[in-house]
Design a protein around this ligand. Sequence first.
Ligand code: SF4
Ligand code: SF4
Length: 245
Amino acid sequence: MLKSEEVKRMAAEVGFEACGVARADALTDDEYPLREWIAKGWHAELGYMERNVDKRMDPRLLVPGARTVICVVSAYGPPEKGRDDGVAAYAQRREYHEVIKPMLSALRQKLAIDGKLCCDTVPVSDKHWAARAGLGWIGRHTLLITKQWGSWVNLGEIVTTEECDKYDAPYEHRCGTCRKCVEACPNHAIAAEGSPMINVARCIAYYTTHNPRPMPPDVDDGGYTLGCDICQLSCPYNQKIKPSV
Ligand code: SF4
Ligand code: SF4
């Protein structure tokens, strides 16, 4: 049996800024509107998102007998001051899979458990599990917003069959009536109402990171060549965050 306090202490020792523990059952369609997003066709040519939908919604289908999802946060902070090469903040730092995977592995070793390491490479939605584990909420721009580091965070998980003595409660949603990111997006990619959702066919980051096709002429690149920070820069919760790496 894992002890929540011990898991969090060890996550901090490994170097994570925060850790939350969630029970590994199915996410609801309200928590993660994946099916609605696909039905709208807003995943564009991200065909892989149509595969493994059930696993993406329920980690017990990925790791049989899973009871617990240990979620961790690694903060990277806002864009470097004075940099104007069109590279988004996350890509200004060391490639995050290279940073998080070894840290997750070290945490798993410290805890002396078996468990699947997840960091954007398996069908587990990092941000939705982080929200379930009380680490923040999903903003309208569809990123996790944490209280201390805003949305300038990378995420990872360990899905394990171990039970934990205590599970964290999901964080309260705090976007309220704000629509600053919706208004800031030059391509109107962010849904103004309903569940947080992005039409990736209108998103700069989709063309600069995922899609080998050229950006359509009616999509404004906002000056970005890798990723896009425009919606994050507009968010009130990101205004006072200092560079952390
Ligand atoms: S990343 Fe850029 S293009 Fe994509 S939704 Fe945010 S502001 Fe719009
Ligand atoms: S800009 Fe406003 S609506 Fe968008 S994620 Fe931030 S708080 Fe939420």
